[in-house]
Design a protein around this ligand. Structure first.
Ligand code: HEM
Length: 445
């Protein structure tokens, strides 16, 4: 018998002020959301299904399937469609004269983006409106929606900023490849540039993102060694991975812009006009300078209540096992008392006791957040271990890193050279903005 969901939500929600993270910036929070959105994807209509392709494939800018990709491609020189503003590339707009642009959506033909095709457009519009005070009824919001690969594009201004950066990076790589391989057609240039771009994001994820989470270990993406490991097989995203990755306690109530203005949650969501006014450089710098929330209980902002409730019910619907059972499955000792679980944190222990009668009943997602942690650790032991298992078996089994594929023949001579250069998030951002010296890119603060 599960405890009442309202009681459990009481363990999650922020009370008055945000408990700040010791070392993560809001950019880390935004990057985590943008990055994981490409593979943690519950089907919006059927909770038993996923829309995930299971791989890290930059579907945020390429779409989830062939028709989506075609809708986003320019059709020449291997490029993605763009719109030029002030001399810079931006994604094309999703709406034209108040309606979905037919190049991205045509219900009669099998054309367009996956989340709009086959009668899904009204459902997508309803879902966006529900989360955004009816953004799609307001021209200063709707007319700035970008056409991108996924349904949650634009869900924060930073999500849009990352999409813009990696769109520009694709077209930059495509140009270099077309110059290096003048006889190649659009298709070959496009597919090769896409592979190079995906290969780069794999480096960023390990060398910037995982390294930040791990803290002390100098992780470096290595190719070749995973193939001889017993876990080397095609990755499948599990329900547990989706649940453990809902790091909503990192979300701040407000984004503090460089000019001192504070932008609240409603204004930093589905608001590309704001992004264009503030500028990518300034937005990324502001998010790099502000502290994210600390991973843990009692730190999820109130506006995420519905999303949290959805996750809780989803886990129960599938009979996801309690936290202690996952500890054992991952080779860790089950906790024998609430106090042991929370590392002796009296407040958290008492709060858990008020909701669960036995430590073995503590639900998976709650235990992950409630667990005590060591000095300087970003996250507690169990979630860190599970993220590490999942992340490495996910990243290192990516087909692009297999010895036979990870060669100049796959990426082209030019693409291979690009891959050999280091590609940090900071370098990729800086080479795709007009004022590289005006931007600070940091997952740590
Ligand atoms: C930055 C602000 C964020 C906002 C506005 C946000 C918003 C949301 C919303 C509304 C949902 C529910 C979607 C649904 O049920 O249809 C959701 C789900 C989710 N969020 Fe967040 N989130 C944010 C940050 C994060 C972060 C930092 C992470 C951690 C990486 C994260 C991971 C997830 C995951 C894994 C799901 C489940 C997705 C699915 O299965 O489709 N989110 N988020």
């Amino acid at each position: 018998m599960y405890p009442d969901t309202n009681k459990v939500l009481g363990l999650l929600m922020r009370k008055d002020r945000m408990e700040p993270s010791e070392r993560s910036s809001v950019l880390f929070c935004y990057f985590a959301q943008w990055f994981t959105d490409s593979f943690l994807r519950k089907h919006p209509l059927d909770p038993r299904r996923t829309t995930s392709n299971h791989e890290i494939d930059l579907c945020q800018i390429y779409g989830l399937d062939e028709p989506s990709t075609w809708a986003l491609r320019e059709g020449s020189d291997g490029r993605l469609k763009i719109r030029i503003m002030n001399g810079e590339e931006y994604p094309p707009l999703l709406y034209k004269d108040g309606n979905l642009d037919t190049q991205f959506f045509d219900d009669k033909a099998e054309v367009g983006l996956s989340f709009l095709r086959a009668g899904r457009a009204p459902l997508w519009e309803k879902a966006v409106n529900e989360q955004s005070d009816n953004a799609l009824t307001k021209p200063d919001r709707r007319d700035y929606f970008y056409a991108s690969g996924l349904d949650r594009a634009g869900s924060t201004v930073a999500y849009s900023a990352f999409n813009i950066i990696f769109l520009r990076e694709h077209n930059r790589i495509a140009k270099l490849i077309s110059e290096g391989e003048p006889s190649w057609d659009d298709d070959r240039i496009f597919e090769t540039a896409r592979l190079v771009n995906i290969r780069q994001i794999l480096s960023v994820v390990v060398n910037d993102y995982i390294r930040h989470i791990a803290g002390v270990f100098p992780f470096e993406l290595e190719t070749g060694f995973a193939e001889s490991q017993p876990w080397y097989r095609t990755n499948r995203i599990s329900i547990e991975f989706n649940l453990l990755y809902r790091w909503h306690s990192l979300i701040p109530e407000e984004l503090e812009l460089e000019d001192g203005c504070n932008i609240n949650f409603k204004d930093y969501r589905f608001n590309n006009k704001l992004l264009e006014e503030v500028g990518i450089e300034s937005l990324i710098s502001a998010a790099s300078a502000q502290k994210a929330g600390c991973y843990g209980l009692f730190n999820t902002p109130s506006f995420m209540k519905e999303a949290e409730l959805g996750g809780l019910k989803w886990a129960r619907m599938f009979g996801v096992q309690p936290f202690n059972r996952y500890r054992e499955r991952f080779g860790l000792d089950a906790y024998y008392s609430f106090d042991a679980l929370t590392g002796g944190n009296r407040d958290v222990t008492n709060a858990l006791k008020a909701v669960y009668s036995d430590v073995n009943d503590v639900e998976f997602t709650i235990g992950l957040l409630a667990e005590g942690r060591g000095e300087g650790e970003l996250m507690p032991e169990t979630v860190t271990r599970m993220v590490a298992y999942d992340a490495f078996t996910h990243i290192l089994t990516n087909p692009l890193l297999a010895s036979e594929i990870h060669t100049p023949a796959t990426f082209s001579k030019v693409g291979w050279d690009i891959i050999q250069e280091s590609a940090t998030l900071e370098q990729i951002v800086k080479r795709n903005v007009q004022r590289p010296n005006a931007v600070t890119v940091s997952l740590a603060v």
